[in-house]
Ligand binder design. Sequence first.
Ligand code: FEO
Ligand code: CA
Ligand code: CA
Ligand code: CA
Length: 726
Amino acid sequence: MTNHTLSPTRASEYDDNEIVNLTANAHMDDILAVRLSRRSALKGGVSVTAGALLGGLGLSACGGNDDPAPEASEALSLGFNAVAKNLNDLVTVPEGYQVSILHALGDPLHYGDESWKDDGSESAESYNRRVGDGHDGMYFFGLTEDGKYDAARSDRGLLAVNHEYVVQPYGLHPAGITAGAARVAGEVEKEIYAHGVSVVEVKRGTGSDMGMVRGSRFNRRVTSATEMVFTGPAKGSALVRTRFSTDGLKTRGTNNNCANGYTPWGTYLTCEENWLNVVARAAGDNALRSAKEVAGLNRYGLPENRKSPYLWDTAGSTDLFARWTSSVTGATSADDYRNIANTFGWVVEIDPFNPTSTPAKRTALGRMNHEGAWPAPAVVGQPIVMYMGDDARNEYIYKFVSKAVWDAKDVNGGMAAGAKYLDEGTLYVAKFNADGSGQWLELSFGKNGLDASNATFAFADQADVVTHARIAADIRGATKMDRPEWGGVNPLNGEAYMTLTNNSNRVATTATPTGSQLKPDAANPRYYEDMKGSTSQKGNPNGHIIRWREAGGSVAATSFAWDIYLFAAQSDAAADVNLSGLTAVNDFSSPDGLYFDPRGLLWIQTDDGAYTDVTNCMMLAAVPGKVGDGGAATAAGGTATIKGANATANTVRRFLVGPKDCEITGIAVTPDGKTLFFNVQHPGENGTLATMTSHWPDSQTTTGSTKRPRSATVVVTRKDGGAIGI
Ligand code: FEO
Ligand code: CA
Ligand code: CA
Ligand code: CA
């Protein structure tokens, strides 16, 4: 054995993540204003300002029962031939479309570093200037000639891309991971720099295809070693003090950045999901801690005597490696890294327009397995709202509402605007009731029992609440969900969507749940067995997409109405599994990525292990309806639920299929709709260097390729230069 395979927590696995829960930016404003102007003109409405349109028509109109059908279905219709499910080692796009590779693992961002050699010989240090691994969430920011954010710009921009994790044992190292109880320092150093985020300038040449501008002054890497600051309630808290920052103001690194968000002022949000991949905890550590500290660590999946899958802490005694264990080794937190677990699980803001700016961990948005943070369209005079999911079985959906209200003058305000809107506000967690109603339960210190007298967890302050948001949410009685992944807000009617990718932890309604097992409920209603045969999976193996409309159309509302937009299923599944009536042109499994493009077209991406005997992971385009356009239903296993209108070939259609053993994740569309970026993550993940199952992206253009598979960003354009998807 010259190498071994580490076992990172991958979101592609059905049993992803440890179960520890036992208990409009300016551009969107523009688009919406245009559509609403047309709508109000059609309806004989008077001319009013965009702000009034947004506040008075676009969002508040969502609350009434006589709400007119969303503009989306009037304005948009799908205009491509569905791609057939397949198992090819290729990205397959519709007739009339083409793809190119923007960047892949290891590509140099600047001149001075050599190109990717396909033999793992690139130096560890050079990954501070190379594209990282495991491409995931991303966002396109239009860029002006004077280096500012312009949300309407399509021909030139900055593309921020998350690098979620290193895909073992491919790519990075000459011969995979070197075996042994202790990791090799040089390999771990390379992995530390291959995580994080890349920002690259992108530009159109001829037509709507785009390339990376190598050497651009905006090109930047943020890694698992980059210095950043804490802001918000946990800034300076004893909970985040370490030997590196004894006052708890700073930390190093953002890790396992899965999905993302963006702000209307033009910054990128990157979200720390499976950070347990790299954080260990020593045997015997419980005895050195208070009972409260132990409860906090356990609730976040970090019991004592836990090795991290990547074993970074074993690579040496220097600070670069030794800090990856959340263990008491010194006299105080100023002497060790006992608190390093508390320094991850946050939403991190990065200003892509200022390459020397310091990223900030915005702690007001809570700590969890943060999948992403998705804004409602910004409306002048109303708060900034972010929807967030905690991706683990039985975890929750959250919402943050800013204290400050949106002022469009803050566009291009950078990190100062971020501090204004993201450091003060109210964090909520969602409760879904069986009757289709729901509540946002406030997570504020000193309210609803979240204080020092709490018998479950004695909260000291709001720093304690945000750092242990899961525990606060448990206490408030939030609804345990089937693994919240990506969310998004329909720019045309303000309704929010979130994928619930799957959950192996649901049991039959007739069963007696043990441990963390849960019976289905109305918002997570299905219990069944998938159709994969010998490796079939029980629970909710195919996942679903939930959506909600805030009461009165107000983003700051504390109640909402919900239904299940789509149930993922094989088209030949039983009717009470295939509840949305999917057919060959739109059947899919395990929705993960979800994105409303600037036109209001909805894109759905899969990270699946249940339908992969039939097809590789895929991306679909959809024209959604609205909450309440379906009705009552009984799901497989007998639980009553509320579903949206059935899918048809006109409303949901498969747009592409990815290469072998990959996940399709991350998407961005230019404002003109003519350039679409998406990511292929971990192609060939089920193989080894000796027996590769994929040679993508080289296989896209080279028949019989023998090259290593690499995660990459793909650019999709129409051959005739037209708008994509419609
Ligand atoms: Fe990294 Fe929840 O997917
Ligand atoms: Ca994944
Ligand atoms: Ca996933
Ligand atoms: Ca994901």
